[in-house]
Structure formats: C-alpha cells, structure tokens
Design a protein around this ligand. Structure first.
Ligand code: URA
Length: 313
C-alpha cells in the first residue's frame, strides 16, 4: 500500500497505518455488523483490493495454474480486472463498487480512526483532494531555481500525466510557439500548473479532461504557494481562469477583468492571459489569432515589467 493510509477493523481490535507508523486500537464492529452474504462480499472485497500497480500475472499463474481459477469464486473476475488494469479504469471500477455498498457506521472516534498526519512533503503523498486516485502521478513544475517568470497553467493533461512533466502535449506545443513569437526562451521560465493531478473522466478508451473545481484548486494552492516561495519569480503569468483563481486566491476573479491589466499581488506582478487550450479550441481563425496575440503580448508585458523593476533597483 506504499504511503497510503489504511485501517483494518475487526470485532477484536483495529490496526491503523497512518503513512508513517502502525497503531493498534479498539474493536470497531460487532460480528453481526460486518457479516454479509458470503460470496458477494468476498467478490466486492477482492475487486477493491486488487491493485493494478502491483499486477504480476506471472506470479499469479505460478501460485495457482490458470486451469484452477475457474474453481475460485473470484476466478471469473480476474481476466476483466487484469485487462482493465492497463487502462486506468480499475480505480473507477473500484470507486463504483464501493459506492453502491451501503456501508456500516463504525463506532470509533475520528481521531483514532485517522491519527493526525504531517503535511505532505512531496506530491506522491498528497491526499489534499481526491484527484490523486485517478492520476498516474502528480506533476510538479519545472524550470530554473531563480526564474523571473513563472507560467501557471490549469492542470496536467493526458500526456503530462504520463510523462510527469508539464506542458509536453499539444497545449505545450502551442505555448512553445507563443514563447518563440514573444522572444522568451522556454528554458528561462518556470512552468507549472495550479492543480498538479490530471482530472479526467473515461470516454470510451480516452481520458477526457475535466475542469478542476474550486475545492481542488484551493487544496492544490498549497503546492503552488511552495513553488512561488522557492522560486520567488517577479511575474506570474496566469494561463486561463483556473490559474488566475489560484494565484489570486479568489473564486470570483474573472479572466476578462484582468486581460491586459497586470496587478501586483503578494509582492509579485500577475499578468493574465488565455490558456493555450482556449487557442487550440477557438471556433474560428480570427478568435484564434486574437487569443494567440494576447498570449504573446502577456509574455512581452511580463518581460517589460521585469525590465522596469530592474531599472527601479
Ligand atoms: N494544460 C495545462 O494547463 N497544463 C499542462 O501542463 C498541460 C496542458
């Protein structure tokens, strides 16, 4: 289970792993509370503990030859679970299974059930919202330690989620074009996102981007704040509304009100412009060209603000 916390509750006692230590606690249920109709419970349990990250079909076949699988109640689940493990669908399936089961109220104080954890020190440990459970990995920012410009996107897309790097997919290519046109070298800026895990929903075989909600933006602000504190850029360029809401720490701020209107916020300049995906999806060439030009202008404004700052010091 790696760094995930878990609890085993039985009528005789409980064991809780909080990510750093093992705690033993009181019983959490009476036998009557946890009794369920045998096979259905076992199958639901098997489905939910099946860990696609640890899948090793070779070892499974070694422990029990495939011809005997049909004698196991869970045998009929295995081929489906194995084939879904590769597509990332496994977690979605698990969530659904758990969702439809009524569940039982466990008689245990919340503090005992989940002892206080330290603040996460790296993205792998982050459970500040639920997005980690659907993503391949958290995607931190990249760039020089003392970059003067930080570009903040929305969240990693499909390719970024797999690569563990921001802006490597189609939006990243468009951003490269914008930077080239603005005369900004990609290697000199810090590139990151307001939300560090890919939020998506299955659509056939594809993972369809979903816009993060305010709760996820707020939860992930923790990481953006750390990046800003470490890099101390002079200008933050918000690419789209999600980035702007996170930077300004306001769910009310609108992109329209800030386009072409740099403001100072918490000791940095904030320049807002469109998200590259907005340019990619613009319905006509005129809108596309205007949005692209605004992005170029925003980067040039950022450079000017830095030059102006340097003159004042
Ligand atoms: N879109 C973003 O906002 N960020 C990325 O890293 C990729 C696509």
């Amino acid at each position: 289970m790696g760094k995930s916390s878990w609890m085993i509750g039985t009528p005789k006692g409980s064991a809780i792993w909080d990510g750093t230590g093992l705690h033993f606690g009181p019983p959490v249920a009476r036998v009557d509370d946890i009794a369920d109709s045998g096979e259905a419970l076992w199958l639901a349990y098997y489905r939910s503990i099946f860990n696609p990250a640890r899948l090793n079909t070779g070892a499974m076949e070694m422990h029990m030859p495939v011809r005997y699988w049909k004698n196991l109640p869970e045998g009929k689940l295995i081929p489906e679970l194995v084939s879904r493990a590769g597509t990332g669908g496994q977690r979605v399936g698990q969530a659904k299974e758990v969702d439809v089961r009524k569940g039982k109220t466990i008689d245990i104080a919340p503090a005992d059930a989940q002892p206080q954890r330290d603040a996460p020190t790296d993205l792998d440990q982050c459970r500040r919202c639920d997005l980690w459970s659907m993503a391949t990995q958290g995607v931190p920012g990249v760039g020089p330690d003392h970059a003067t410009i930080m570009l903040v996107g929305e969240q990693p897309g499909d390719q970024e989620d797999l690569a563990g790097l921001p802006f490597v997919g189609p939006a990243g290519k468009l951003l490269d074009d914008v930077m080239q046109q603005a005369g900004v070298d990609r290697d000199t800026v810090y590139l990151t996102n307001a939300v560090k895990h890919f939020k998506w929903e299955p659509r056939g075989k594809r993972r369809l981007h979903k816009t993060p909600g305010q709760r996820e933006i707020s939860a992930c602000h923790y990481w953006l704040e750390h990046e800003i504190a470490a890099i101390r850029p002079k200008v933050l360029v918000a690419l789209g509304s999600t980035a702007l809401k996170s930077i300004m720490q306001s769910s009310k701020v609108t992109l329209n009100s800030m386009l072409g209107n740099p403001v100072q916020h918490d000791g940095q300049w904030v320049v807002a412009t469109y998200h590259p995906a907005y340019v990619l999806r613009a319905p006509d060439e005129q809108l596309k060209a205007a949005a692209f030009a605004d992005m170029v202008k925003a980067l040039q404004t950022a450079e000017r603000l830095i030059a102006g700052d340097a003159r004042h010091h």
